[in-house]
Ligand binder design. Structure first.
Ligand code: ADP
Ligand code: MG
Ligand code: MG
Length: 211
């Protein structure tokens, strides 16, 4: 039926939302230590909105339309720095998926374009201690693994691993951007909450799509 092409995407969005709701207290605590303590609540609010509005997203036009609708949900429901950045990520990714279906290489291009949007809007580079430290290596690992001939499941696992390594590595660096940048050395030893959130939701995407 109509919904078939976007069915895995819907399942993935649902898994992302459920994972972010489960991670709410952990992310809030982490953001309390190195930021202002609202990240877990912000992302859980967006997740609840995705769960509520997702069933009404238009599926017949393919994954791009679903991602565009999800971007609008995030823009309305998520505040702070994360809201606009995730809205842009989803919107830029949507633009790379105009057809009724997306091949793995299209998803790789979409992931990279979304991350490029976050870098552009946030003026962030890898190493600044932001969500980009998890997103960029993950997007690169996914595209690189596909280009090396691996199937999308393997590539997705590589992306999850890269996001985890990238998120963990943020504990070693001072922040150049965001609220954590005011804390200097005091953030050392704790990972960036936004990067940890990326590793969590990407892990949920991979485990859901594999099952
Ligand atoms: P805040 O409460 O500071 O407005 P959030 O709590 O919504 O922001 O999100 C904090 C996360 O946003 C950080 O952990 C970091 O990963 C990410 N972040 C902060 N500033 C930027 C930026 N300029 N570019 C990209 N990501 C950023
Ligand atoms: Mg915050
Ligand atoms: Mg805030």
């Amino acid at each position: 039926g109509e919904l078939a092409v976007t069915d895995p995407l819907r399942r993935a969005l649902e898994a992302v939302a459920e994972t972010l709701i489960s991670a709410r207290d952990e992310l809030t605590e982490l953001d309390r230590e190195v930021g202002d303590g609202d990240l877990g609540i912000s992302l859980a609010r967006g997740a609840a909105a995705i769960l509520a509005e997702g069933p009404a997203y238009p599926g017949a036009d393919g994954p791009g339309a679903v991602l565009r609708a999800a971007s609008a949900t995030v823009r309305r429901s998520v505040g702070g720095t994360s809201g606009p950045l995730y809205a842009v990520l989803l919107l830029r990714a949507a633009a790379c998926l105009p057809g009724p279906t997306g091949a793995p290489a299209d998803w790789a291009a979409a992931f990279r374009a979304g991350v490029a949007g976050v870098r552009e809007i946030g003026d962030a580079a890898v190493g600044d201690r932001t969500m980009v430290d998890a997103l960029q290596p993950a997007a690169d690992a996914f595209a690189g693994s596909l280009a090396a001939g691996h199937d999308w499941r393997f590539a997705l696992d590589a992306a999850v691993e890269a996001a985890r390594v990238g998120a963990d590595a943020t504990a070693q660096v001072r922040a150049r951007l965001g609220r954590s940048s005011y804390l200097g050395d005091r953030v050392l030893g704790r990972p960036d909450p936004g990067a940890v959130a990326v590793a969590r939701w990407l892990g949920a995407v991979a485990s859901t799509l594999r099952s």
